[in-house]
Structure formats: C-alpha cells, structure tokens
Write a protein that binds this ligand. Sequence first.
Ligand code: UFG
Length: 351
Amino acid sequence: MRILVTGGAGYIGSHAVRALSRAGHQPVVLDNLVYGHDDIARQVLGVPLIEGQVGDRPLLDTVLQGNHPALQGTGLEGRPIEAVLHFAAYAYVGESVKDPARYYRNNLGDTLTLLEALVAPERGGNPIPIVFSSTCATYGVPQQVPITEDHPQAPINPYGRSKWMVEQLLHDFSYAYGLPCVIFRYFNAAGADPEGDLGEDHDPETHLIPRVLDVMSGREPYLQIFGDDYPTPDGTCIRDYIHVCDLADAHVLGLERLLRLRERQEETRSPLIYNLGNGTGYSVQQVIEAAKAVTGRGLLAHVARRREGDPAQLVASAERARQDLAWRPRYPDLATILEHAWAWHQHRHGV
Ligand code: UFG
C-alpha cells in the first residue's frame, strides 16, 4: 500500500518507514525537517521525501493524489495515498510550557488540516485511514499503575494537551465522517534499529537514555538525575521503556487491522486506542546501572532538583494491543534496548 508517513524523517517515524517497507508497503515521507533528518529519509531509508508542513493544505492535496514532483519516477506518481501514519509533532514538554502557541499550531492546528483533507468530499465518502501517535503524557499523573487505556486522561502540560485534543478530534471525525483511525499512546520510546543505521538524534536531547550515553561516550561531562526523593524504591522516577522497533511493528499491525475492519465493512465509528509499552518499569538509577553493564563505561552523575511535570511512575498495561493486534514486543528487555541505542550512538557520533 502507498502510505504517507508524516514525521517520517524523525526518530519513531523513520523506524516505522523501515517497518512498512519490510512489510511490503510503499512509504512516502512528509517532514518539515525542523527536527527530522534529511539524510535519514533519503539515504538510509531510500524513500521519497517531501519537505513541507502538514498544515499546508494545497501541498497535502497534491501529495495525497500522488501528484507531487518528488514522486516522479518512483512508480508512485499519479497514484493516490491509501493510508496515513501521522508522527509529525513537536515533543519537548518544557518548550511547550514556554511557547504553547507553537505546540497548538503545529500539533493540533496542522493535524486538523490533515484530518479535513482525509475526509474531504472528493474522497466520495471513503476517508483515508490514519494511525495517530499519541502519548502516555495524555494521562497526566496516574491514579494507578499499570495504566490501562480507560484510565482518566488529565494531561498536565501543553504538549500532552495538544495530543489529547487531537484524540478528541479523532473521536469526532470517526463518529461524524467514518474516519478509520488508530490511536497509539506510547510510553518511553527508546533503543534503535539493530542494524545500527537508524536511531534517536534530537537537538537538543532531553531524553534519559541518549543523555546517559552522551556522558558515557564523553560528549557531555555529567548526567543530572532529576530528583531522588520520589516515592519509588530508590527515589528516582520509574518509566516503561519500549523499543522503537516494537513501536514501529505495532503501527503496521494497527494499520492492517483497520484495513481488515474496512474490508469486512465493519464500521467502527470510534478510534481503536492502544497503549504501547512493556508493562515493566525501570528507575533512572536502574537505567544508569544497566547502561554501565552494556557499555562497560562509567559516568559522573549529580542529583539535581526534580524536573517540573515528571510523574513518579509511568508503566503501561498494553494487554489490549497484545490481544487485538497480536502485538508481541521483540526486544522487551532493557539491556537489549540499551545495546541497540549504544550501537547507534557510536555509529552516529563516531565515538
Ligand atoms: N531524566 C533525568 N535526567 C535527564 C533526563 C531525564 O533524570 O537528563 C529522568 C526524567 O526526569 C524522567 C526519566 O528520566 O524521570 C525519563 O525522562 P525522559 O525525558 O527520557 O522521558 P519522559 O518520561 O519525560 O517522557 C515523556 C513521556 C513521553 C513523551 C515525552 C516527550 O513519557 O510520552 O515525555 O519528550 F513523549
């Protein structure tokens, strides 16, 4: 199938592009390249890359019809897109607090434009299915863990709220226009493709695992541990780290499930919603210890003040994805996630 991947030059999107190609689909990437990487899309993945904004409706219409010049000579020209995986978003929690307008414009406003294009009248009542990247940040501070999909959603920052608002749009679009959609709520995406040529490369980098590796490889002098007085066994925050390739696989399965439902003419009229995590939590301290074992390196760490908006524990129940999608994470253990992240880190940064 011909699949538009917004944000396909970014971390999770690029792994999904590879998973789609391996499953026999034909991905086309749309990315504004603000945080995505041109070289990843063009050279590593070898798929068509269209540089642009998801909120550019004329551009979207051209791409969805297969009429964009970047598709010339790819065998995709003139052939309409059949489904969309929508990863494109800004995802810095701290920045979203300081500049919410940027987050609502990009994550919410542009997504509304995309959804309007997917249900446009010229589709003759056959909206283009969409798989949307949401986040455990839509739950806010959990009332209990593990978190199931019906846990109340009360996001505590503009980033989480922008994702939650898109979820509301999807409910309404699904009900009103029959838009087939899957919502995935990721827990902490981590790791890298085992081939070593795809992985996480954020600038600035805020995530724990790449920051630990930056210190271990000498790219940064020390790590700050944001708080060691949380109500957890060692006082540091607990997260559910899920391998990025397992996230990518879930997208292929989610998409295939949507298409099967449509073939059987089973109208869902509400989004299919799945948490994606391993169901096991690791503290910041445990991540550091595991990284030392994997890399054989030490690191200097200082305990700093708590980072605003960090819940003590976020751990998924992903039973629904296991049941409905037969999703089975291939790399559930933290050591493997770290090994793959380390191989990529060394490749990307030449360290
Ligand atoms: N941490 C440190 N030091 C660091 C970086 C992180 O101690 O230098 C701690 C954090 O305080 C947190 C844990 O490590 O307790 C994990 O932090 P990350 O920044 O790696 O990830 P988050 O848990 O903050 O991720 C959240 C949500 C995601 C969301 C993401 C946006 O879980 O759903 O923020 O970047 F997408």
